[in-house]
Design a protein around this ligand. Structure first.
Ligand code: NZQ
Ligand code: ZN
Length: 390
């Protein structure tokens, strides 16, 4: 069944080899003073920084660099918003991965707000305006280039917040797969694990439909096949281009229009892990995924596992349902492991003594236990998932 839905993604995608040659014309629509945001230097190594500066030689560019993975409210968002206000920035150009773009999205609303920016990000105050955002995304992972969300860490209170507002849809996103050739094996594996999880968060929902299932299984097949190729051969354009496009669909709803909403429980758990231990988002998700699946497997949910088993992995339809589900869980575990992700949180520096506190934090700030969710999980289940993941 396809239920009621409203779908609107106003972002223009400009995809392909040397798509950024059109950058000056696109930027000129929004003004002359640009806040160019970037991370720790990957764009300087790849030559993208020089290319952008050359293309935008007629613009006034203010730079904000050093945006970290799991972008921080303090200093990055605060500094960016201040720069925008001080220099009269017209448009933000984000050049980098999801963290740079998420930080830029938060800056775009904070720059138009006179109070404390965290009030917006934490949902206390609704934003009324935002600066336009153009981005050049350099890592296939989050889908931030095609959605209205950003995820910002506030280290002072151990909080990592997903913040959504249609004002933060990028106006234009440039996606050139060649700029992902330099992404490390680790980030390639973690980025793909993130995108796989975005699909699974939407696949485990009720109602579902043959159409949505087909689109999502196709997305999973593409991600799982192409990441193996990209890990072997980082400059394989065909593989990198599929990864880039499929990842961009992750979080804007297009995969699950008309389906139920699961509440994205694995993301709620992972955001607490990143908030407490600053781990890489996709790695945390890969580790949690099979443990979460095991926890929510029941007579009611087994049908989702059977559909994945038969349609994604091609397992024998005659297998008993529970056996099929176990094989699916095992298949995801082995797949993530085969991409080089250590499948235990302890290996990422997570400390077991924080599990109880993190479970409380998840229930207080995110919640995984609402009755409308696909498979609500309370504190005991959260503790079991995290303990199993250690
Ligand atoms: O900082 P630089 O030097 O640019 O290096 C980055 C960073 O160290 C590097 N990198 C990026 N592009 C590269 C590259 N290295 C070589 N070549 C390139 N072309 O990769 C490292 C990780 O970058 P980051 O931006 O942190 O990765 P990702 O894109 O996976 O973003 C992760 C963040 O996005 C959030 C996550 O929670 C995490 O904070 N998410 C955002 C979502 C959204 N807005 O819709 C949804 C997701 O579920 C997710 O929560
Ligand atoms: Zn994610």
């Amino acid at each position: 069944m396809i239920g009621n839905f409203i779908y609107n993604t106003p972002t223009t995608l400009r995809f392909g080899k040397d798509a950024i040659k059109d950058l000056p014309g696109v930027m000129a629509r929004y003004g002359k003073t640009v806040l160019m945001t970037y991370g720790g230097g990957s764009i300087k190594k790849s030559g993208l920084y020089d290319r952008v500066k050359e293309l935008l030689s007629d613009f006034d560019i203010v730079e904000l660099s050093g945006i970290e993975p799991n972008p921080k409210y303090d200093p990055s968002v605060i500094d960016g918003a201040r720069l925008c206000k001080e220099t009269g920035v017209d448009v933000i150009l984000s050049v980098g991965g999801g963290s740079v773009l998420d930080c830029s999205k938060a800056i775009s609303v904070c720059a138009k707000y006179d109070g404390e920016g965290w009030d917006l990000i934490s949902g206390k105050v609704k934003a009324k305006a935002a600066l336009p955002i153009v981005d050049i995304i350099t890592l296939a992972a989050t889908g931030s280039e095609y959605d209205m969300g950003c995820v910002i860490s506030n280290t002072a209170i151990n909080d990592k917040r997903a913040y959504l507002d249609p004002l933060m849809f990028p106006a234009v996103s440039f996606l050139d797969p060649e700029y992902t050739f330099s992404v490390s094996k680790w980030q390639t594996a973690c980025g793909t694990a993130d995108a796989i999880n975005h699909v699974l968060e939407q696949f485990f929902a009720r109602p579902c439909s043959i159409f949505n299932d087909g689109v999502m299984i196709s997305a999973l097949r593409s991600l799982m096949t192409n990441v193996k190729i990209a890990l072997e051969k980082p400059d394989d354009y065909a593989a990198r281009s599929e990864l880039m496009y499929v990842c961009s669909w992750g979080c804007n709803g297009i995969l699950s229009n008309g389906a139920g909403y699961s509440g994205w429980p694995m993301h709620s758990i992972e955001h607490a892990l990143s908030a407490y231990f600053d781990i890489t988002h996709g790695a945390g998700l890969a580790i949690i995924t099979p443990r979460w699946m095991k926890e929510i497997l029941s007579d009611e949910t087994v049908e989702r596992f059977v559909t994945l088993g038969t349609q994604l992995f091609g397992f024998d339809k005659a297998l008993p349902d529970n056996e099929m589900a176990d094989k699916v869980i095992e298949a995801f575990y082995s797949f993530f492991e085969s991409t080089g992700i250590p499948m235990h949180l302890a290996e990422l520096g997570v400390k077991a003594e924080k599990i109880d506190e993190m479970a409380d934090h998840i229930l207080e700030f995110d919640s995984t236990n609402e009755p409308w969710m696909y498979a609500p999980i309370g504190k005991d289940a959260l503790v079991r998932i995290l303990t199993e993941s250690m």
